[in-house]
Ligand binder design. Structure first.
Ligand code: BGC
Length: 764
């Protein structure tokens, strides 16, 4: 952990440059707009340690799988979002000297991520044999016109007249650092290079995505020479070298415009023209106009998703950082896209989709965006249903098994204990349908899209469980629960529980459909070939599922045999043991009682209504002391449950572990990219935890408390066409309905009506 960045409520500030920390800073300072993203790399050449990263949503390469020992059912490839053409590149030479911050003397370095207006600014002064030259760069990825980006570069020589060479360029010769076989994922198709304009069109190998990146630039200087460069010995490069002289004190300003278009959106043979046209239009409109639109788009985002914290600037910066990156990663404008655990900020996890989306991110998007955004996340899985059926079939099973990791519906993960065994992911995908419908009231979704997904997942659960006549119970053997620190266990309680929940929910939704829309019901029975006997079997399994129990603690066991392990607690670990995954052998981890992340507690979080407070407390007190929270997805679940148990101090401590996870590089892994999906967990810790926000039977309720370290906090919730502002202070809680019809809400179990005329204030 390192407190490296300055605290500011709307900015992340790097003041002075630590070369050894550059990869972390690059991750933290990433920009994205849902369509594309880039790490906070320097525009000018940098020969020091860096991960140059530019990623275009949905553009991947199927990287051939590496495994030691092939198992039937392993996928052939692991899709990876291809590190794409570097479009921010801008080389600078002053009096023949290359500006490379790894090699030259400089001072006053600052890199600032402005979260309010979503731009990155970098400034520094180079010292060239007694002459100081100030350099400032600003860039943004357009939130309104998502295919556009722009960069403003300013140079000012303070002491003498200098010769300047500025080279805006596009460099497509970029490799993924995590490529399995060191392959280059791209093939160059075409490059054009004219004065002030250039484009580079590339195609991913095998997956054939055509991506055209076009640039245009303008300089506030007439007297200049422009040389067209086709690269320093590099095929996939176009640049314009602009040479001129600048007087001492003269402000030189270059604006570079970029458009990135892909064959995901246009016919392959039109992509180049589209990018070139878009960039020309952008240049005509100019930096300021484009930026103003971008800023307005962000103002709207903040209006709907900001959380304000009074009295704790570090916490304020932390939560805004999380909300900012979530909104940079996924905007819901394209139902073919989803959320990768690292977003556009690094290469780990390949930029692909995990159960994280449904289990952690969905509530954030439901509460802070219009309903279609969350709906698109659900439709993503609906569209992949056929592939999920094929995936189950590969394992010799009926129904649908959604992949652990995917980009196009096909499984990419290739460790048997996860690919074949971490099947609980199916449950989160089913549960997301309930979350969406509870939240939006859009029950048409179930009828049109939900039923086939639920039915195929239920069918999978039924086939994956078997009846054990000795215990007269159904069981699910050979699984990995959310706790990945143990594999191939029998009867993981969470998996069995979420399987039964799916079966019951599906049966119930089918019953409702039969009553309300018999034709549609019949349609699905025929379409899915569902027989009465199959539905009866689902009913029987749901009634006779086996759940491992620890009588001596009066709680559910994580899985069969959990208590046979040597029972040690996290408090018994030495400081040098933590994190276990870095310091212990895998063998030692698997045999230990230590739990990576919420497992039983993940189930209690989902199915809280089935447990009384004492039971939740008993489970919590057993499992939390054994949990090492080595997945960033863990503390938020425990924080929410601690808040439910009115253990406010504990809830706050756990919240702190997630809130500044990347800003303070808590797990010393931010160099790999940010923990985007766990950022949604941080948001949940405040809204579902501290504010106790819940939806039950079409009604919303709150049970807010104020962490001692804060003076107050407020946030917005979008619910069924309404925007509700919640303000929590020391003495009171206030609610304001900003738009929409009157609504009944519950606060500390009391019912109130809220309308746009009058705010509601409740004294604590
Ligand atoms: C966690 C998984 C999660 C994945 C991606 C792993 O460390 O154990 O639950 O899906 O990271 O975030």
């Amino acid at each position: 952990m390192r407190k490296y960045f300055e605290v500011d409520e709307w900015k992340v500030i790097e003041n002075g440059f630590d070369k050894d920390y550059n990869r972390v800073t690059e991750s933290v300072m990433s920009l994205g707009n849902g369509h594309m993203g880039l790490r906070g790399n320097f525009a000018e050449k940098y020969s020091g340690d860096t991960l140059q990263g530019t990623y275009i949503a949905g553009v991947y390469y199927p990287d051939k799988t590496i495994v030691g020992w092939w198992k039937n059912g392993y996928p052939e490839y692991f899709a990876k979002i291809a590190n794409a053409t570097n479009f921010i590149g801008l080389d600078l030479k002053i009096d023949g000297q290359q500006i490379d911050l790894n090699k030259i003397e400089f001072s006053d370095f600052k890199r600032v991520l402005n979260m309010k207006e979503a731009y990155l600014e970098r400034s520094f002064t180079v010292n060239l044999e007694g002459n100081k030259v100030e350099i400032v760069e600003r860039r943004f990825l357009d939130q309104k016109n998502k295919e556009l980006a722009a960069l403003k570069y300013r140079v000012r020589s303070l002491d003498r007249k200098v010769k300047i060479e500025l080279t805006p360029y596009l460099d497509g010769d970029v490799k993924n650092e995590d490529a399995n076989y060191d392959e280059f994922f791209w093939e160059g198709l075409k490059k054009t290079n004219k004065k002030g304009k250039a484009s580079l069109t590339m195609k991913t190998r095998k997956s054939n995505f055509v991506v055209s990146t076009a640039m245009d630039w303008e300089l506030n200087k007439n007297d200049r020479e422009v040389k067209l460069l086709t690269g320093p010995g590099n095929e996939n490069y176009v640049g314009n070298k602009i040479t001129f002289r600048a007087e001492a004190g003269e402000n030189i300003e270059l604006n570079k415009y970029i458009a990135v278009c892909t064959s995901r959106d246009y016919q392959a043979d039109q992509v180049k023209e589209k990018a070139e046209n878009k960039v020309s239009e952008a240049a005509i409109r100019g930096y300021d106009e484009l930026f103003a639109e971008h800023r307005d788009a962000w103002a709207k985002i903040w209006q709907e998703s900001d959380i304000k914290i009074d009295g704790d600037p570090e916490a304020q910066q932390g939560i805004r950082f999380n909300i900012f990156h979530l909104n940079q990663t996924y905007t819901g404008h394209d139902p073919r896209l989803n959320i990768g655990p690292k977003g556009f900020t690094g290469e780990k996890y390949g930029g692909l989709t995990y159960w994280d989306t449904e289990a952690y991110c969905l509530p954030f998007y439901l509460s802070t965006h219009s309903e279609d955004v969350a709906r698109n996340l659900l439709l993503y899985r609906y569209r992949h249903l056929e592939k999920a059926v094929e995936n189950a079939d590969k394992l010799g099973l009926d129904g649908a098994l959604y992949p652990m990791v995917t980009i196009n519906g096909e499984e990419c993960h290739n460790e048997w204990e996860i690919t074949f065994e971490e099947i609980h992911r199916n449950g989160a995908i089913a549960h997301a349908i309930k979350d969406y419908v509870d939240y939006t009231g859009d029950d048409k979704y179930i009828k049109e899209y939900g039923i086939p997904v639920l039915a195929q997942i239920s069918r999978f659960w039924a086939d994956r469980s078997h009846f054990n006549p000795r215990k007269e119970k159904y069981m699910i053997l050979g699984v990995t629960g959310p706790n990945e620190y143990e594999n191939n266990v029998n009867n993981n309680w969470y998996t069995n529980r979420i399987a039964v929940w799916t079966l019951k929910y599906t049966l119930n939704e089918l019953k409702k459909l039969k009553e309300n829309d018999p034709d549609k019901y019949q349609h699905w029975l025929t379409e899915l070939d569902l027989k009465a006997s199959e539905l009866e079997l689902w009913q029987e399994i749901s009634e006779k599922m086996y759940y491992p129990y620890l009588d001596e603690y009066d709680i559910y066991a994580q899985q069969d045999g959990y208590l046979d392990k040597e029972q040690k607690l996290v408090s018994d670990l030495k400081e040098e043991d933590i994190p276990l995954h870095k310091n212990w052998s895998w063998d030692k981890i698997l045999r230990s009682p230590y739990i990576k992340q919420a497992d039983v507690m993940q189930g209690i979080y989902y199915f809280k209504e089935d447990f009384d407070q004492n039971s939740v407390a008993r489970h919590y007190d057993f499992y939390e002391p054994r949990t090492v929270h080595e997945s960033s997805l863990s503390p938020c679940i425990y924080s929410i449950l601690a808040a439910d148990l009115e253990r406010e101090e504990k809830a706050y401590q756990l919240y702190l572990r997630t809130a500044r996870l990347d800003l303070d590089n808590y797990n010393t892994d931010t160099d790999d990219g940010l923990h985007i999906t766990s950022m949604a967990g941080t948001w949940m810790s405040i809204i579902k935890g501290f504010a106790g926000f819940e939806i039950k039977n079409d009604e919303i309720s709150f049970r807010p408390f104020l962490p001692k370290a804060w003076n107050g906090y407020d946030f917005m919730i979008m619910f069924r066409g309404r925007r509700i502002k919640v303000d929590v202070c020391q003495q009171k809680v206030s609610f304001a309905l900003e738009n929409g019809n009157e609504i009944k809400i519950k606060v500390y179990d009391q019912e109130y009506y809220l309308n746009t005329e009058q705010d509601l204030t409740i004294e604590k």
